[in-house]
Design a protein around this ligand. Structure first.
Ligand code: AMP
Ligand code: ZN
Length: 310
């Protein structure tokens, strides 16, 4: 059972400050907030800064809605590694009588799940998931592979928490590289260094570290140990509302995992490798607000200039 993780006193206080300033709006569910125009202006300014930084990559833009065909989640092993984080879409398929029963139970806020049936969709767990089957469907990669920009997509993770930086629905700005192993590994490491410069350039005290994914269960602990040993995941961490610094960006080298699932081949017929990077939009906005204050109009001129160039 994914448990609700209460916020620390500092996290509770920061959330309260953000709500009082109108930057976040409570919905009644932890980790799901409305956001003000000011919050969105910072988020979009950051997203555009990433786009400008990525110009040399000549990435191909591809956008997907924030739902994923259930088949894709089933094929990639997500339910083995992260069964506790997945969100699935259910809907009503029944008679008028059953609809009335469902409505009756729902009106009293009782359990109405027996009237719901699984659909072909799940909520998007990461912005890169729909990219791999789309690239695979085109046949072998061109020479040098491809770089895809799936934009800042909404993703879902079932991890309710009182920490304003731990959301259930948030924007993940990804870039995805699909190519020969060496090309992919070099790209991942180069972006980690570019991203550190980008975040430090915005005045954030950003540092990177080897990291692991929150794999489920005992088997998951072994997977995390192996991931760490092979340095397959790096994170950039920034202090937000503590106590530990929070990951604001991740750099993942999947080796042949996704390419094998979908049969992506290089131009010479080898199994391709993939890597992705993901900036957590909301965490970056929260880190900027924490560092420079809750009024972006009063932020240092060089920070404003990078987010909103004249
Ligand atoms: P991951 O795929 O888990 O490495 O996530 C990519 C990025 O999304 C992380 O580096 C975070 O910045 C952000 N992120 C992950 N989980 C959450 C969450 N629960 N709330 C807000 N941002 C998150
Ligand atoms: Zn990804």
């Amino acid at each position: 059972m994914p448990e609700f993780r209460p916020g620390t006193p500092d996290q509770d206080a920061y959330l309260e400050e953000l709500v009082a300033a109108g930057l976040l709006v409570r919905t009644g569910v932890h980790g799901v907030y409305g956001r003000s125009g000011t919050f969105e202006k910072v988020r979009n300014g950051f997203d555009e800064l990433v786009t400008r930084t990525a110009i040399p990559d000549e990435a191909e833009a591809l956008r997907f809605p924030p739902v994923l065909p259930r088949h894709n989640l089933e094929s990639t092993g997500y339910l083995k590694s992260f069964p506790h984080l997945a969100g699935t879409v259910f809907s009503f398929e029944g008679t008028e009588g059953q609809a009335a029963q469902m409505f009756e139970a729902a009106s009293k806020h009782e359990d109405w799940s027996e009237h719901q049936h699984q659909t072909d969709l799940v909520l998007m767990p990461a912005a890169c998931y729909p990219v791999y089957p789309a690239v695979a469907a085109r046949g072998p990669l061109p020479e040098g592979g491809v770089t895809v920009d799936p934009g800042g997509a909404y993703v879902f993770r079932h991890e309710p928490s009182g920490d304003p930086a731990r959301l259930q629905m948030f924007h993940m700005r990804e870039l995805v590289r699909v190519a020969e192993p060496e090309t992919v590994a070099t790209w991942r490491d180069a972006w980690r260094d570019r991203a550190i410069d980008l975040l430090r350039g915005l005045g954030l005290d950003a540092n990177f570290d080897v990291a692991t994914d929150p794999f489920f269960g005992r088997r998951g602990r072994m997977m995390a140990a192996s991931q760490k040993e092979q340095e397959l995941k790096f994170e950039i961490l920034v202090q937000i509302a503590g106590p530990e610094p929070t990951a604001v960006a991740s750099f993942n080298y999947h080796q042949d995992h996704f390419a094998s699932v979908y049969g992506i081949e290089t131009s010479t017929g080898e199994v391709a490798h993939t890597a992705c990077l993901g900036f957590g939009h909301e965490r970056i906005v929260l880190a900027l607000l924490k560092t420079h204050g809750l009024d972006p109009q009063a932020w240092p001129e060089d920070v404003r200039e990078q987010l909103w160039p004249a």
